[in-house]
Design a protein around this ligand. Structure first.
Ligand code: HEC
Length: 197
């Protein structure tokens, strides 16, 4: 038994060589994993998602541009308005908030957050006199209360309009008249009557 287990032949160096290789491979995987983890951590800490339920308030208190309302959560309203008012369209700056009706919002997140939606995040809100609550938020999978996928419709806007449909930008028109949309805008329960402010 002692003879068979004790074999100081050429084998130990070969084994050692193999184990060095395996150690090297394991180290490589570990470094790669750590590297990926660090990248994800970096992305998560450097680009926190903008907006929570306190980000949204009375629709008509936002800035009206044509039939919709705009704001910028980072205080960069001028940059948002520059794109909104441009006849050539353009890419909306980070922090942009767009609303047509009280319960549906688009927020422009930091560059690289969601390439497929050009960094737009879609929100479906529930609104009342008490304020807003977020029913759902996300990039490609948010459904409005009529069963429509926000991204599915807005992706049809021509690229220069940056997912903004309005009219004539390439999206299918909504099944609502302008009057119905204005009634929804003016009926936002979050807007207090002047005497309550
Ligand atoms: C059936 C297609 C469709 C669906 C589903 C849809 N939208 Fe829209 N949305 C439109 C169209 C078309 C307009 C422009 C309407 C107009 O100005 O007459 C619009 C307008 C808007 C606007 C104003 C800016 C713009 O693009 O004109 C916002 C913000 C918006 N939608 C957000 C959302 C969100 C958030 C959801 C999901 C919760 C959603 N939409 C679901 C088609 C859709």
């Amino acid at each position: 038994m002692i003879d068979s287990s004790f074999k100081p032949s050429v084998k130990p160096p070969v084994k050692a060589h193999f184990s060095r290789l395996r150690f090297g491979a394991a180290l490589g995987v570990a470094v790669l994993t750590l590297g990926l983890g660090a990248t994800q951590l970096k992305a998560a800490t450097e680009q926190p998602l903008l907006a929570d339920e306190t980000s949204f308030d009375c629709l008509t208190a936002m800035t009206a541009v044509r039939g919709l309302f705009v704001d910028n959560l980072l205080g960069n309203l001028d940059a948002t308005l520059a794109v909104a008012n441009s006849a050539e369209g353009g890419q909306y700056p980070t922090g942009t908030v767009l609303q047509l009706v009280p319960t549906e919002v688009m927020v422009k997140q930091a560059p690289g957050t969601s390439p497929v939606t050009n960094d737009w995040e879609f929100f479906e809100l529930a609104v009342s006199e008490a304020g807003s609550s977020i029913v759902s938020r996300g990039f490609t999978d948010v459904i409005n209360r009529f069963g429509g996928n926000c991204f599915g419709c807005h992706v049809k806007a021509e690229p220069k309009w940056d997912f903004v449909c309005e009219t004539g930008h390439g999206c299918e028109p909504l099944a609502f008249t302008r009057e119905m949309i204005e009634n929804a805008q003016n009926g936002d329960p979050r807007c207090k009557a002047p005497e309550e402010v």
